[in-house]
Design a protein around this ligand. Structure first.
Ligand SMILES: Nc1ncnc2c1ncn2[C@@H]1O[C@H](COP(=O)(O)OP(=O)(O)OP(=O)(O)O)[C@@H](O)[C@H]1O
Ligand SMILES: [Mg+2]
Length: 257
């Protein structure tokens, strides 16, 4: 469903993605792990076209998207929904308005139908009846779930989750994990989850890939990753300060000058 080949992305002379290759099959949940600042969010943003790559290919449902103009890209974007790292809610709108925002913009539905859809989607994320609350009144976990409800309203075929469990307590984190698993089974969506929460990765993934120094270093099932002998992956999943990954790796990689 998504095929990424030889992807490169830099900001100025700072190389973020360097020959990145990744394939995501229809219906699977692929989890991308990697350290803070390695380019996980940048990779997602390249796929949904918020950022454009310097070179390389991204095919979504067989369509090469890197050469599409904005209008053409928007058609492909209708297939995809992204739950942003911080929720990305509009602070001046209440929850109901946030969730229905895209519906109001792009779909020709009457008010009642929109309201019913908002109710249904908030129900799916376990937050029925909070339409009138403002984003500032929500906890971090609620914001993430409202953001997911907004995505669900669009009935996407592919859902991207950027750090869905980061910054929430372990129980809320598990609620979100279960939601991701549930949606995969009920709606048969393809899911791409970016996280450095390794327990969440083990729980929700069909396959885990590790992004390191601009490319995909390793790929495997949760069991294979758990048992890996790869020194870099082992250091990351065990969270050890000592190992091949150094504190200053970005000083030796990434800058071309
Ligand atoms: N629009 C931008 N302009 C310039 N640099 C950027 C931009 N977006 C991201 N970067 C840089 O790209 C690098 C990777 O950022 P990214 O947000 O993808 O990291 P991440 O892997 O998602 O980290 P985290 O786990 O903390 O979310 C960082 O060094 C960041 O400063
Ligand atoms: Mg990120």
């Amino acid at each position: 469903m998504i095929e990424i080949k030889n992807l490169h992305k830099s900001f100025g002379n700072h190389i973020i993605l360097n020959d990145c290759n990744l394939t995501i099959h229809e219906g699977e949940t692929k989890v991308i792990i990697g350290r803070s600042g390695t380019g996980k969010s940048v990779l997602l943003k390249n796929i949904i076209g918020i950022l454009r790559p310097d070179s390389g290919s991204i095919k979504i449902n067989g369509v090469e998207v890197t050469t599409l103009n904005e209008r053409e890209y928007n058609k492909i974007r209708m297939l995809m929904g992204m739950v942003f790292q911080g929720g990305a809610l509009f602070d001046s709108m209440n929850v109901g308005e946030n969730v229905s925002f895209v519906l109001n913009e792009f779909m020709k539905l009457d008010k009642k139908a929109i309201q019913a859809k908002v109710e249904r989607c908030l129900g799916m994320v376990g937050l029925s009846g909070i339409e009138k609350m403002m984003p500032s009144e929500l906890s971090g976990g609620m914001r993430k779930r409202v953001s997911l409800a907004r995505v669900l309203c669009m009935e996407p075929r592919i859902i991207f989750y950027d750090e869905p469990t980061t910054g929430v307590d372990p129980i809320t984190s598990d609620v979100i994990n279960n939601l991701i698993i549930d949606l995969r089974h009920k709606l048969k969506v393809t899911s791409i989850v970016v996280t450095h929460d390794i327990n969440s990765a083990y729980k929700v993934a069909d396959h885990i890939v590790m992004l390191y120094l601009g490319h995909i270093l390793a790929e495997g099932t949760p069991q294979e990753i758990r048992d890996t002998q790869h020194p870099v992956v082992r250091q990351f999943i065990k969270g050890e300060a000592k190992g091949p990954i150094t504190e200053n790796e970005n000083l030796i990689f990434g800058y071309t000058d």
